[in-house]
Design a protein. Sequence first.
Length: 133
Amino acid sequence: MILDDIKVCGRAELQKLLTMRHKFQSGRKPRKELDTIKQEKEELNSEEELDRQLDEAVKRIEKEKKRAAKKEREAKTKSDLRHKMSVIATTTGIDNDEELNMPKRLWEEVRKNGFEALNADSSEDDESSSESS
């Protein structure tokens, strides 16, 4: 039916029809291209978003690892310092008799009997002094 109309058209009308057809098809082509370009951009944007999120996650994990390592170093330093201080305190207290400021007689009793016996003797002395008062 349409072909019958074209057979009747003159040369000028046929040229106008072809020009119109060409414009119509060329108008459709960019639209398809625009749609595909738009889809590609959306895909790229989603890929870029995923890459950005991945980079953020990696940075966050690295920060957490650094924090944990720092806490561990600080804890180890504190532990070492405490250990050194305890060693110093025990060796200083035992080896250096002068720092205890006890009379010589009392110090000799402590060496013979130990601190527990000294505490028992002093508690007995306290009881006897309270009874006599």
